[in-house]
Design a protein around this ligand. Sequence first.
Ligand SMILES: Nc1ncnc2c1ncn2[C@@H]1O[C@H](COP(=O)(O)OP(=O)(O)OP(=O)(O)O)[C@@H](O)[C@H]1O
Ligand SMILES: [Mg+2]
Length: 505
Amino acid sequence: MDKISFSDIGEHVVDEIIDTVETPIALLGGDGVILRFNRACEMLTGFSQSEALGRKVWDFLIIEEEIEAVRQVFAMTCAKDLPTHYTNYWKTKSGKRRLLSWSNKTLRDDSGAVAAVLATALDITELRSAESDLTESQAFLRSIVDASPVAVVTINDRAQILSFSRQAETTFGYRETHVLGKNVKILMPEPDRARHDDYIDRFLETGEKRIIGRARRVKAMRSTGEVFPALLHVTEFTDGERVFVGFVEDLSEKEETERRLSDTQFQLQHAGRVGAMGEIATSIAHELNQPLTAAASLAGAVSLTLKKAQCDRCDDAIILLDDVVSEIKRASEIIHQMREFVRKRKTTKSLHDVNKIVEDAAALAIIGADADGVEVKWDLSEDVGKVSLDRIQIQQVVTNLIRNAIDAMHEAPQRILTISTRKRAREIEVSIADTGPGLNKDLKKTLFEPFVSSKKEGIGVGLSISKTIIDAHQGEIDAADLESGGCVFTFNLPAGNDESVGDNP
Ligand SMILES: Nc1ncnc2c1ncn2[C@@H]1O[C@H](COP(=O)(O)OP(=O)(O)OP(=O)(O)O)[C@@H](O)[C@H]1O
Ligand SMILES: [Mg+2]
């Protein structure tokens, strides 16, 4: 087919084409005056061709801050014949901004003078805003990942680290810039370090999911070489390439706390048993002493009577009775020694942070009790500081008081346990308040004596052990009803900081 030239179909066809295309096209004179303004330009700006023709483009279409730059580009376009590409804003009749990517070409007349500049544009407003939305949403995602208390590490299917969250930097001790692109196995100790590439290869070959989708306890390694326990959760997604996201929770502190709590729990239980035994022994000694002394005197009196009577076979009875007296004395002596032994229980003092001791003991008391529905309010004063005390014994006191408070609130409609510490002039004070029924009137005066209990299964030694311990610390313990209902048990300890080893009184 023969080629059709524009002259065959008329000049107006060119006009038609220019007005039909959706590309904004403008023809500018060498001084920037608009000579043509196609329909797409009209649609884009809201200005009609008749409004635009004859005006310089920078007099009404270019935004203030870009006028100078646009004029320079325009001058450059006129000076050289090379097409120029440039991106700038046009403002519309209604005041909106459109971002346009321009391709400019200089047209010259036969004498070589600039006849016009042909400018065609691509409207990239939406494209740029989509790009910036994407950048914003990536930044948003990153800020969520960085706020996560768990370390987040992403890798590709060659195990190269793609991102390393802020918590990952803290947990592992590497800066993100140092680990990007490195093999993730640097975060693992042996033997996983040597095997990790095989794990990934096997997963990619077989799709066998050993770790993906379930949390697993693993050993991880910090930049210092320290190996620590961690909980690892891996998920997988595809973002052009396959990406694995690892969430790593550092368990070392948690395990250390658990270990410390369980050690303390064991020591407390042990001390509790020893304390209860001591208290029981003291009481038994006290109770038995009197009847034993009476029995010894009675047997002595019978022996004396028999000696006076001087009857036949009395001598045998007298010998037997003397044996009875000496056996009773031996029993008294054993009981006396037992009491002495209990009294001599050592109180080993050293400096301890009172708030920490109270917190640890409370954690144990609450774990060990049926404390469902009990709300715990803390009111620990910062200035309490360290005090010289026997940690196990004081924790035993706090545990006893909290257990009692929880027991007392069993049936209460409101169950609030308030644990407070205060610094007074020369002592520190710890109090445990509850919202139970308050103190039993009949027991009020004897609360701190052994075997006083209003509970079906209580032995009634908790408070008497507590008093013995607080006495040994030269402190005081007391209880009071609260006006609001419930009661408060308070003990204090001298605020001095001498470290000494003392005996129970
Ligand atoms: N917070 C409290 N509110 C009301 N009464 C209390 C409270 N704490 C203690 N009591 C009373 O004091 C009694 C003695 O308490 P104590 O701790 O010595 O023994 P217990 O708790 O009965 O038994 P256990 O030997 O198992 O501790 C309790 O039985 C209870 O009647
Ligand atoms: Mg008790």
